[in-house]
Design a protein around this ligand. Sequence first.
Ligand code: DGL
Length: 279
Amino acid sequence: MSTNQGQYVGVFDSGVGGLSVIREIHRLLPQVSLLYIADQAHVPYGKRQLEEIRSFSLAITHFLLSKGARLIVVACNTASAAALSALRETLPETPFVGMEPAVKPATQQTENGIVGVLATPATFQGRMYSTLVERFAKNVKLLTNTLPGLVEAVERGELESPATRLILKNAIKPMLAQGVDTLVLGCTHFPFVLPLIREIAGPDVKVIDPAPAIARRTAYLLEQSAISIAAEAEIQPVFATTGDVAQFKNAIHNLLNIETEPIQLAWNETANQLTEMRK
Ligand code: DGL
């Protein structure tokens, strides 16, 4: 399979996390062509320097645009924190949908004012997060945790393993002890372990996954930008990875229940460019 030169909504993440976002976009806009890139050669992004993540994000965006993307969804909180403002500055004509931890909705939903935010270290380091806290979280207590190892576990498909359970327990139990009544999933990998999160947090804790809101935002922006790329019938998204195609194919099957042949992409590190490897 290869990318047809067509019109797409381009979607990217460091790995399989953004599949939790593309799932919602496809549910809402089944007739819109979606092209998804997983930068699995570099996953996890969350431990990297913001500058490095920015440079990967720029290269991926340029590749998506070269394939006909008309709108870009940065389906990754970490890449959004590191690169969204630079992307918008560099490409002012391109509409972007970015992600940020759902602190604002959480402050509206919490009843006792104690909110837990789960995200990667790089997301917490970015200016975006401190601005969010300053703007919306003056009157709530925010507890944070980076869940070390969870992104890697989700990449390996370990959604219910004892190790995954332990990572989540270590993060969530202390938050519960401090009275958290709302949890924000500030990393797109985390919705895939939602059943475990709910089990550990219990029925009284609200869990916020921003993916459906991102899908609505994408639909809104397509309309606002007068981009009409919807076909007559449902179209299956096209998937590509800079990592192992066979593993990614499996992950798409397991996480989205979609059978597909992903495209192999390769990095040219010196030129900071992506190329498509044809079969
Ligand atoms: N899925 C990503 C996010 O939303 C990044 C995970 C990672 O690569 O560290 O933050």
